[in-house]
Design a binder for this molecule. Structure first.
Ligand code: PMP
Length: 404
């Protein structure tokens, strides 16, 4: 175990004891710095934002808007392009129910891929059922990456939106976003990127990636649950009609008429996620403090080690491309992933327990494509190290002995 990794691990109270947490793709553990920021926001510094005339509220308003600036900086966009949502799921639904509903008509098409999370499938199906659009599915390459050559062949001027995951939550495959943006823009479509698994692992620059929408959740990047981000290009956001109505999103209300606040406030009805926004900003500070270059390198290395170790066993199938990032899905012959997950969770003789995810990972169409009902999935965070891999491999060996 490297000293560098050890220093990070001790910052995570959720990782105390002999627990090997390999479910970061579901949600990341929180560093003490984020916990402290959240506690201060909920305690010592707490007040509402945007309304109060008293000093505490004014200070909280400044901190809340600083969190928006922090987010803009984190993803390489403008502050007035950042909409706070409940999470990536809500971000994608917001686009489906506003921009897509208003800019698409029956017969128009959306391109998604085989590996999408349900959050990037179901909102488009609901839209399809409402307005009669069509959904095309971009296939994967043999090793499990989104096949952009195939995408190019499918796309034509009927496509108004391409919606793809930056990093697959099952296979760890990484999308070449700039290339996808070029293909989408060539036919006049917009590109929405589901960045849930990329935001904690890859330094983002929405301008360089040239996407039109980017969505992610704070809880996967070491921040709190309950908040996420929709970034959208300013000219798109300005034209989007409001979504939920209520306080904070208005300019003026009478019983005859309501006028709306400019974007992004227009999309943030009600008292916002004050505590969560400050927690998310603290998570971005923490993550950039560690360094996204280092995060990328660290996760690449651990992923490669685990893939190599699993591939060396003749009773394991490893899914996804060789260069996958942070996430490894696999199958142990003759053992259901749930049984493997349950055995790994039991305390081993050396006092260790291992937490992996077993299931369809909210990507049932991908499971159908792989021809399995579920996979076992190990995913890394910045606190992960080779001791986690060792514990997992020992646990797989123990399971093998039980199942014979
Ligand atoms: N997309 C991807 C790729 C994900 O991994 C997840 C979370 N598993 C989501 C979307 C949905 O994120 P949330 O549940 O935080 O809204």
């Amino acid at each position: 175990m490297s000293a560098e990794t050890l220093t990070l691990r001790v910052q995570f109270p959720g990782l105390a004891g002999g627990w090997h947490y390999l479910d970061t793709a579901a949600t990341a553990q929180k560093p003490q710095a984020v916990i402290d920021a959240t506690v201060a926001a909920m305690g010592r510094d707490y007040a509402t934002v945007h309304r109060g005339v008293y000093a505490r509220s004014a200070e909280m308003t400044l901190a809340f808007e600083a969190a928006r600036r922090r987010t803009a900086q984190f993803l390489g966009g403008r502050e007035d392009e950042v909409v706070f949502t409940r999470g990536a799921t809500e971000s994608i639904n917001l686009v489906a129910q506003t921009w897509a509903q208003d800019n698409m008509k029956a017969g128009d098409r959306i391109l998604v891929s085989t590996l999408e999370h349900h959050a990037n499938i179901v909102p488009w199906q609901m839209l399809r059922d409402r307005i009669g659009i069509e959904i095309d599915v971009c296939p994967l390459t043999a090793d499990g990456a989104i096949d952009l050559e195939a995408a190019e062949k499918i796309l034509d001027e009927r496509h108004k939106l391409v919606a793809l995951a930056h990093v697959s939550n099952v296979l760890g495959s990484v999308l070449h976003v700039e290339h996808a943006a070029k293909l989408a823009h060539n036919v006049g479509a917009k590109l929405l990127v589901d960045g849930c698994q990329a935001a904690p692992r890859i330094a983002l620059d929405v301008a360089a990636m040239d996407c039109d929408f980017y969505a992610f959740s704070a809880h996967k990047l070491y921040g709190p649950t309950g908040i996420g981000v929709l970034w959208a290009r300013r000219e798109i956001l300005e034209d989007m009609r409001p979504w939920q109505g209520g306080g904070a999103m208005i300019d003026r209300v009478t019983f005859d008429e309501t006028t709306y606040a400019p974007a992004p406030q227009r999309f943030e009805a009600g008292t916002p996620m004050i505590i969560e926004a400050l927690g998310m900003a603290a998570a971005m500070d923490w993550l950039e403090g560690v360094g996204l270059e280092r995060a990328l390198r660290h996760e690449r290395e651990l992923t490669a080690v685990l893939r190599r170790e699993l591939a060396a066993r003749n009773d394991v199938t490893v899914f996804g491309p060789e260069d996958s990032l942070g996430i490894v899905s696999f199958a142990l012959d003759g053992v259901h992933p749930h049984d493997l997950g349950t055995i790994l969770d039991e305390e081993a003789a050396d006092g260790t327990r291992v937490a992996i995810r077993a299931g369809h990972h909210c990507a049932q169409p991908l499971m159908d494509h792989l021809g399995v009902p579920a996979t076992a999935r190990a995913s890394f965070g910045l606190y992960s190290d080779e001791s986690d891999i060792e514990a997992l491999l020992k646990g797989i060996e123990r399971t093998r002995r039980i199942f014979g």
